[in-house]
Design a binder for this molecule. Structure first.
Ligand SMILES: [Zn+2]
Length: 198
C-alpha cells in the first residue's frame, strides 16, 4: 500500500502498490494525481518506471523461485518413485509370482511322485508290522532322506535302511531292509519288503 495525500486538497489517500506511479483520482476533489509515496516526485518518470520495473522483476523472481521449488519437488518425487519404489515393487511382484509358480510345481510333483519323507515313513510302518516286538523298534535318524529313499521310476520308491528291535528272547537284533513302494494319488502301497538279520 502507498500512503500519500492529495496534492490538491490534502486528503489522505491509500493506493495499491501495483498502481505506483499511475494516475489515481482523489475521491474528495476528483483531481487526478500520481500514486507515489511522500518524497517521491510523481513527475520523475525515470524513478517511477524504475520502481515499477523493479517491482515487476521482484514479483517474477518470486514466482520463478516458487516454480523451481515445485518442479524440483516434483522431479524428486518422480525420481524416487521411478528408481527406488517402482523397481522394488516390480521385483516383489515378480518374486511373488515365481514363488507361487514354484509352489504349484512342487505340489504337482508331490501329487505324482510322492517324496522321500513320505516313502521313509511308509517304509518304517511296513517294516514295523513285520517285526515281533513293534514297541521296541528303533530306526536310525537318516542324515539325508535322499540317501535312504530313492525314486526308481514314477512314484516307485526303494527305501534301504536298518532297524533295531527285540527278538522273541528280548535280544536287540539289527536287521537290514529293502522296501519297494508305489505312490499313487496320496497313498503308499507296498510292493515288496525284504528283511535280513545282520
Ligand atoms: Zn483532493
Amino acid at each position: 500500500m502507498i500512503h500519500h495525500e492529495c496534492t490538491n486538497c490534502g486528503e489522505p489517500l491509500v493506493s495499491e502498490r501495483s498502481s505506483f506511479g499511475l494516475l489515481v483520482r482523489c475521491p474528495a476533489c476528483k483531481t487526478h494525481l500520481r500514486a507515489v509515496p511522500p518524497g517521491v516526485d510523481g513527475d520523475d518518470y525515470a524513478a517511477v518506471l524504475a520502481e515499477r520495473r523493479w517491482s515487476r522483476t521482484r514479483s517474477q523472481y518470486r514466482w520463478s523461485v516458487a516454480l523451481l521449488v515445485v518442479l524440483g519437488l516434483g522431479a524428486t518425487v518422480f525420481l524416487i518413485w521411478r528408481f527406488a519404489y517402482l523397481p522394488a515393487h516390480e521385483m516383489n511382484m515378480a518374486r511373488r509370482v515365481w514363488a507361487a509358480e514354484a509352489e504349484a510345481k512342487a505340489r504337482q510333483h508331490l501329487a505324482v511322485h510322492g517324496d522321500a519323507d513320505g516313502a521313509w515313513s511308509a517304509a518304517k510302518g511296513y517294516v514295523t508290522q513285520r517285526l515281533i516286538s513293534p514297541g521296541s523298534v528303533r530306526f536310525p535318524w537318516p542324515e539325508s532322506l535322499d540317501q535312504v529313499a530313492v525314486e526308481t521310476s514314477t512314484g516307485r520308491w526303494r527305501v534301504v535302511g536298518w532297524v533295531d528291535s527285540q527278538n522273541r528272547f528280548g535280544a536287540v537284533i539289527r536287521s537290514n531292509f529293502t522296501c519297494q513302494l508305489q505312490y499313487d494319488t496320496g497313498k503308499w502301497r507296498l510292493i515288496s519288503l525284504e528283511m535280513a538279520e545282520r
